[in-house]
Design a protein around this ligand. Structure first.
Ligand SMILES: [Zn+2]
Length: 72
């Protein structure tokens, strides 16, 4: 167990604590972890959609000259 300094009141608190016992502020390290987990969830949701859109745009750009050949 290590001690970290609270970003708000500068007290030394346990790195296991989620809130500072001195001022009640949420520990930044844990907020960052939570933000990172949320970001990863968002990326995992967006990534397949982004890949799908890229594939559609790619197929669109590839298929246009083919349609032109067939006079469409
Ligand atoms: Zn504090």
């Amino acid at each position: 167990m290590a001690l970290i300094t609270c970003s708000e009141c500068k007290r030394e608190i346990s790195d296991q604590a989620t809130v500072c016992p001195g001022c009640g502020v949420h520990i930044e390290k844990n907020i960052n972890k939570r933000a990172q987990a949320t970001l990863e969830k968002v990326i995992l949701k967006i990534l397949p959609v982004a890949i799908f859109i890229i594939v559609i745009i790619f197929l669109e750009s590839v298929s246009k000259p083919i349609f032109r050949i067939f006079g469409l």
